[in-house]
Design a protein around this ligand. Structure first.
Ligand code: NAD
Length: 485
């Protein structure tokens, strides 16, 4: 590991508090930050270093599973943090930031490697990178890397504009676009599951798989984020980024040599072969929904349009389901079904691979009891891999019954998504970050859906809170002879 300065824009914000400080702390406790480093927090507030360190300590107390009040490691960790007040739009202010970076580099023997982490609203991404260039803080003897949070644009045009701005200051290899789903252990395991298991690898195609389903359901509603969510909806908040990234991870072919470049190329290949939608057929392949009132876990909850900050006439999508086809030799003829929504019955992100079922035809008697073989990968909140098989049960006169073989990952001990993503940034491994090509192809594929939603050419189905989405989403599969698992 190289020594580095971690320059955090938006250090007084929510993401820094809940995810970034705890992730850095866990890496520190695990002795994974083996070279000298400095953290420089930037925000609008006029804080001193002591106030900032107190804020970091508080955030660890609330959000780090490993916080202990009088730990010597904690004090050592907090001493690394410095603060500088900065209005990111004021280029003059960057001089003080530059001086602070340089003085800490000198003090700690840091060799000029710098991470610029933009944990701020996307409207500032362009101005900050431009000011990084103007002020010279991006110029040193070491490497520089830019970490950028979602959303990356709100459609294909704005994403391209943003990328162009970033590209004026940073090379593609220097840009780490976070999609925190790619940091989840089980999403990273999708790669290993295929690569390290020849048995599964040999079954991973259209000869053996009948369909693949990816679900990300939440029980929460829009919470306090109505202003953002009204502009985004499920299609921008979840579908264009997290859901399509999971699709790429499930469907990509194994590269001959494992390295970030090859993996990202294989992921882009999937997007290139995704059958495009057009205005006419969008309604046939996509279901749009919005939650009504209902009951979740015994509690009555309001409809989306009754939520604070949401217009009663809002036609925003809180649920999207879609059928996708990958027209390559491996997946031709296999439908991929994706659904995501808020205020659904359960909180779960999972991938289900349904295998073809010749057994149903072979054993007439077993038609009712034999189920398809399923490989189920639970991504969150539980992390597990299960395989559903059919076995004869002697106690039931030899009728076949489904049995489930399951491996559950040791939940709390595993590093959180932000831990592994920040660590990968520091060691310069971009495998689990979104490459621009993937982002551009995703926006491109989603664009007709955005337009159909905008033009209201797609029905907006209501679904009761606490359900698994609108009936139309069930029909999407029923028409193909499948059910959601
Ligand atoms: P936030 O509003 O809580 O924090 C924003 C930060 O930006 C604050 O520190 C604020 O001081 C700073 N800021 C605003 N205007 C500024 C200015 N002119 N000059 C200097 N600093 C300024 O936002 P957040 O929730 O922490 O989100 C940060 C980024 O992370 C956003 O891009 C968001 O989309 C993304 N994100 C957040 C979450 C989350 O869980 N909070 C999840 C995924 C992505």
């Amino acid at each position: 590991m190289d020594s580095f300065s971690f320059v955090l824009f938006g250090a007084t914000g929510d993401l820094a508090k809940r995810k970034i400080f705890p992730a850095l702390y866990n890496l520190f406790l695990d002795n994974r930050l083996t070279a000298p480093f400095s953290v420089i927090g930037l925000g609008r507030r006029n804080w001193t270093d002591e106030v900032f360190q107190f804020h970091v300590k508080n955030s660890l107390n609330h959000f780090s599973r490993r916080f202990k009040e009088h730990d010597a490691m904690l004090d050592d960790f907090l001493q690394i943090f410095r603060y500088c007040a900065l209005d990111v739009t004021n280029s003059e202010g960057y001089k003080a930031v530059h001086e602070l970076i340089l003085s800490r580099e000198k003090e700690l023997g840091i060799l000029g490697n710098r991470v610029f982490y933009l944990s701020v609203s996307p409207e500032f991404f362009g101005i900050i990178t431009s000011n990084i260039e103007k002020s010279g803080i991006g110029v040193s003897k070491g490497w520089k890397r830019l970490v950028i949070e979602k959303p990356f644009g709100r459609d294909i045009t704005s994403a391209r504009e943003l990328n162009k701005k970033l590209g004026q200051v940073f090379e593609e290899e220097e840009i780490y676009r976070i999609d925190h789903y790619l940091g989840k252990q089980m999403v990273q395991n999708l790669e290993a599951l295929k690569l390290a298991n020849p048995m599964l690898q040999s079954l991973w195609d259209n000869k053996n798989i009948s369909n693949i389903q990816i679900t990300a359901s939440e029980t929460v509603g829009v919470e306090e984020r109505a202003a953002y969510y009204e502009q985004a909806g499920a299609i921008r908040d979840m579908f264009q980024n997290h859901m399509l990234q999971m699709l790429m991870m499930v469907a990509m072919q194994s590269p001959e040599h494992i390295n970030p470049e090859n993996i990202r190329k294989k992921k882009s290949d999937i997007m290139k072969h995704l059958r495009p939608l057009n205005k006419k057929n969008t309604a046939f392949h996509v279901v749009r929904g919005q939650y009504g009132s209902g009951e979740i876990n015994g509690e009555q909850v309001a409809a989306y349009i009754e939520e604070p900050g949401v217009e009663s006439s809002s036609r925003n999508d809180t649920f999207v389901a879609a059928r996708l086809w990958i027209d390559d030799y491996c997946w031709c003829g296999v439908p991929f079904y994706i659904r995501t929504g808020k205020r659904m019955k359960e909180k779960s992100t999972r991938v289900v691979i349904e295998f073809k079922s010749p057994i149903r035809d072979l054993y007439e008697d077993n038609k009712k009891t034999a189920v398809p073989n399923l490989l189920i990968i639970e991504i969150s909140p539980n992390e597990s891999v299960s395989l559903q098989l059919n076995l004869k049960n002697p106690a039931k006169y030899g009728k076949t019954e489904p049995v489930i073989l399951q491996f559950s990952a040791p939940g709390k001990e595993a590093p959180e998504a932000y831990e592994s993503l920040i660590f990968d940034t520091l060691r310069g491994d971009p495998t689990f970050f979104s490459h621009w090509e993937e982002v551009e192809l995703s926006w491109n594929w989603v664009q007709p859906i955005l337009e159909a939603f905008k033009d209201n050419t797609l029905p907006l189905h209501s679904y009761p809170a606490g359900s698994m989405g609108p009936e139309a989403a069930q029909q999407l599969l029923a028409g193909d002879g499948f059910i959601w698992w």
